[in-house]
Design a protein around this ligand. Structure first.
Ligand code: PRT
Ligand code: ZN
Length: 297
């Protein structure tokens, strides 16, 4: 079914992807904010529609063409595509979005000593990602049992349901609190934008290109900073080492006509206090570090 009309994106209603998705779209100048119980909203000015759903439903909505785009974690895409009957070929990863980073990892009680995938042999693994785990075991030629749980997976070893768990980890605090130790990363994950290209007409493709240009602009600008300072001309060569990406700074004479010049540069990395200290050490002064909102190259 080719759905006519406005480009429609499915995003998580609430949870770990919701805030990042909202923030990204807002930075793109697209209004996707909804009232508390609203499940659909339109930005008529930009020309896009947003559906708020549980993340688990988003790959299916995009695959069936109910929505043209979706924002999910790449872990969910992996799970969806590992399931026996999914038509994953219809889904396309349009862009990695860089937020909601985490990893799907094996973890076990601290006292036990797990190291490699082969240590899973004959064990019981509790997880919310059974298809991904099944594929991982097959790839490593290991036979183990899988118990599917939809939450509180960390409790499984304590409750005697499983020997190990395979769950998402970001800071590691939850594992620690439950006496578990991470010992093997199955896959890394971040938020991704997915589409179903077979369901999109030329008008929607054009609209998607507009959105992508904005997302790229926001993401490029994200870590970058605009740095301004005064510096002795003879020290300019040292800048590139301290500020990566500052190969071609804009250099301007100062009105008082000294050896010092005004330097403007886009730094490709976050400016930490250590970086400022290094700039001070080569004699830089009047240092200003400004955020960059958009960057279109
Ligand atoms: O209601 P809905 O079905 O939409 O939400 P959900 O409960 O299924 O998902 P949610 O909001 O928890 O996660 C959505 C997505 O966020 C996941 O699919 C991942 O792509 C991403 N993400 C990033 C995470 C985490 N980080 C994360 N830490 N998802 C879950 N966790 C959980 C993890 O399961 C564990 O319980 O957080 C706990 C561990 O966190 P740390 O920081 O203690 O290690
Ligand atoms: Zn979910």
């Amino acid at each position: 079914m080719m759905r006519e009309g406005i480009l429609r994106l499915a995003m998580q209603r609430s949870g770990r992807l919701a805030e990042g998705s909202q923030a990204l779209l807002m930075q793109c100048g697209v209004q996707a904010a909804a009232a508390k119980h609203q499940l659909m909203v339109q930005d008529t000015r930009f020309g896009m529609e947003f559906i708020f759903a549980r993340d688990d439903d988003i790959p299916g909505l995009v695959e069936k063409g109910v929505c043209d785009l979706g924002i999910i974690g790449s872990n969910l895409m992996e799970e969806y595509c590992s399931a026996p009957n999914s038509d994953c070929a219809a889904l396309n990863i349009v862009m990695r979005l860089g937020f909601a980073q985490c990893r799907l990892s094996m973890a076990g009680p601290k006292a036990q000593d797990y190291r490699n995938a082969t240590d899973l042999s004959g064990k019981v693994i509790a997880t919310s990602y059974p298809h991904t785990v099944r594929q991982f075991l097959a790839k490593n030629n290991v036979h183990a049992d899988i118990v599917t749980m939809h939450g509180s997976v960390e409790l499984a070893p304590q409750m005697g349901i499983a020997d190990v768990i395979c769950d998402l980890v970001s800071s590691g605090a939850t594992l620690k609190e439950n006496g578990l130790q991470e010992w093997l990363t199955v896959s890394e994950s971040e938020a991704i934008l997915i589409s179903n290209p077979t369901r999109m007409d030329a008008t929607k493709e054009k609209q998607l290109a507009r959105l992508l240009l904005r997302i790229q602009g926001v993401m490029k600008a994200d870590k970058k900073k605009y740095v301004m300072m005064h510096l002795e001309r003879s020290k300019l060569a040292l800048l590139a080492e301290i500020l990566p990406g500052s190969e071609s700074p804009t250099v301007m004479e100062l009105q008082e006509g000294s050896d010092r010049v005004a330097v403007h540069v886009v730094s490709h990395e976050t400016i930490f206090w250590e970086t400022i200290e290094k700039l001070k050490a080569i004699g830089a002064g009047s240092i200003l570090v400004l955020p960059i909102e958009k960057m279109i190259l």
